[in-house]
Design a protein around this ligand. Sequence first.
Ligand code: MN3
Length: 253
Amino acid sequence: MQKKSNTSRRNFIKTSSKTVALVALGSSSISSILIACNNTKIITKTNRFNTNFNQQPLPYAYTALEDVIDAKTMEIHYSKHAAAYSKNATEAATAEAVDITKPLENVLIKISKYSTKMRNNAGGHYNHEMFWKCMQPKTDDNIPTGSMQTAIEKTFGSFDAFKKQFEDAAKTRFGSGWAWLYVDEKSVLKIGSTPNQDNPLMDVAEIRGYPLLCIDVWEHAYYLKYQNKRADYIQNWWKIVNWKYVQQRFELV
Ligand code: MN3
């Protein structure tokens, strides 16, 4: 019954010219539905960045990011931690009758309907699949270009100001989690962080929207090389951000 009602409402919003007025009323439930609509639109628009339940090959060698992330960390992170999220998410999907031929994003945007095991592992799998692609071997003068550069400068004042805000989000996330650059339901660029393996696609997350860039700040992501110096890891990480990939995600929204 609930599902049917949400579907009707969503269809109404999709086709209604009153959408803007409804948002202006500040109803959080309407905002949530709009986020779900936007994300659904993104998911159905293209399969290019959709995620499935299987772990994809790492797009570079374990040694490729060596200046910033050592090979041992990459190997353990990819082949142990991330592999386990994929395996456990698939197990949860089987137990909870989820069609694993459909994109994982469909589960994430209504994660409140699933188990804690699904939340932790589907989130963990999605976040890591995205994280690997957000990185590339170190390049000189590694900055965003094109519309991503323009949007960052317009929203945050400058690339340096953006970096400072993103670093602060990553540094101040207490315990384990992620920092994100994402686009919110009003198509505004935002920076935020999530605990554990949550992400901005999830209907339970404090920050909601479509993620463009992420950094893993769990200790397993940096501890072998940086020990307790999370700030050094974050600052060094800018050298290996794959801005071309971030730009491609930005062009979807
Ligand atoms: Mn990790």
